[in-house]
Design a protein around this ligand. Structure first.
Ligand code: HGY
Ligand code: MN
Ligand code: MN
Length: 419
């Protein structure tokens, strides 16, 4: 079969996206780790995640794809091209937050698979292979840092350190990767490839901008920077009823004061762009009537300006030293600007759908933050209802989910026929 001309392939692929099949695929994947409140809890490389992966692998085989994996258990579902050229990649992640939604990450993987189905239905062959990837542990909630799969794909040397990361039960990433290999013994390892031709990630915005602008499609020009720290405050365990206030060394009192101080200087540093979150706390002994002997809490700081991020690092180090508190850096990434040519290409793909679009930067990080080091990379967004995400009520209008997938199919088909 000779490949269709680029614009014809793009139009055919986009036109053969099936709304029913896409929406059904979102419901089907959400069943793996579904919560009573309609949310999803699917920790990276958990038994639930393995069941979801098996479901995706079976779908990929049914669409005529080959499926491979790598040392970090990334899942590569590839539709062959007519020529032995570097693949065009798309995809995202299927691990979720503990009280996550059914779209964060999953939408990008399923829309990529829908694009393959649409190309098949349209009888379109492409010069380049199209590879849909489910990247491992993007959320970073089970193992820190986030985006482990995509970052280890770009820089395999990271995997040695990542393997030692442990979850709250003491299971290491290395243990979980071994379990993955035992669960999927037949999955071949992806051949070491040169750079991919391009990577496009379709994702829900997870914020309010598109909805407020009443615009159904977003072209993402970059991602703001991120810092994750764990701070450990020490105290002395003592009786809650007998120990006078002046005689206490309460780790929680120190942690609360530290959190307030950090929020104050972070807000002053970054003004309206500051995002600072103290999301995870662990208290020892965590008993109502014992003064805490140790409190560890996390700080998640985001900002679009590299200088502000550096200033935050400096202020946090000063603050921790003054209070004699230990800090551990869990994750750190500078702001990223995506590829201008690919941004323009996505703009054309959105325009071809007739939908209005907005160019914006992403408040959330994504696997694309690392793929941008590997090949020309950019992202597409669709609106999140109420800007809500990392919440069981995460939702996007069906017609927006379909429109985003049509724009993705248009962009991918054209890229797959590029020289
Ligand atoms: O935290 C993030 O920005 C992403 O949702 N994992
Ligand atoms: Mn995500
Ligand atoms: Mn997320």
């Amino acid at each position: 079969m000779t490949p269709h001309r680029t614009d014809e392939a793009a139009r055919l692929a986009s036109g053969h996206v099936s709304p029913a099949r896409l929406l059904a695929s979102i419901e089907a994947l959400a069943a793996f780790g579904t919560r009573p409140d309609h949310g999803v809890d699917r920790p990276a490389l958990s038994a639930t995640d393995f069941k979801a992966r098996r479901h995706l692998i079976e779908r990929a085989y049914a669409l005529g794809c080959t499926v491979t994996t790598d040392a970090c258990a990334n899942l590569f579902m590839r539709r062959a091209g007519t020529e032995d050229l570097a693949p065009v990649m798309t995809g995202s992640h299927i691990d979720t937050q503990p009280t996550g939604g059914r779209l964060d990450g999953c939408y990008g993987v399923l829309a990529g698979i829908e694009c393959i189905a649409a190309l098949n239905d349209a009888g379109v062959s492409t010069r380049r292979p199209l590879e849909v990837v489910a990247w491992t542990n993007e959320e970073g909630t089970r193992f820190q840092p986030g985006a482990m799969g995509s970052s280890a794909f770009v820089d395999p040397a990271l995997l040695e350190r990542y393997g030692r990361a442990a979850d709250t039960s003491g299971t290491t990433l290395a243990d979980a990767l071994d379990a993955h290999r035992r669960t999927f013994p037949g999955l071949a390892m992806r051949a070491e490839q040169d750079r991919a031709h391009a990577f496009i990630e379709l994702h829900i915005e997870q914020g309010p901008q598109l909805e407020l602008a009443n615009v159904p499609l977003g072209v993402v020009s970059g991602i703001q920077g991120v810092r994750w720290y764990a701070l450990t405050c020490k105290g002395v365990a003592a009786h809650a009823g007998t120990t006078p206030m002046h005689a206490r060394h309460d780790a929680m009192t120190l942690a609360i004061a530290l959190g307030t101080e950090i929020e104050t200087f972070a807000t002053a540093l970054g003004r309206e762009h500051t995002r600072v979150t103290f999301g995870r706390w662990s208290v020892t002994p965590n008993s109502i009537n014992t003064i805490a002997s140790e409190v560890t809490f996390t700080v998640d700081f985001r900002h679009p300006d590299a200088d502000v991020l550096a200033a935050f690092d400096h202020r946090l180090a000063q603050c921790a030293a003054r209070h004699r508190v230990a800090t551990e850096s869990l994750f750190s990434h500078e702001p990223v600007r995506f590829d201008d040519a690919l941004i323009a290409h996505l703009g054309d793909a959105c325009a071809a759908q007739g939908g209005r679009m907005l160019t914006l930067t992403s408040g959330a990080f994504h696997d694309a933050i690392y793929l941008a080091k590997h090949c020309p990379t950019a992202m597409l967004f669709v609106p999140s209802r109420g800007g809500i995400s990392h919440n069981p009520n995460e939702a996007t209008d069906d017609d927006h989910l379909v429109l985003g997938t049509r724009a993705l199919a248009h962009a991918l088909a054209a890229l797959c026929n590029e020289s």
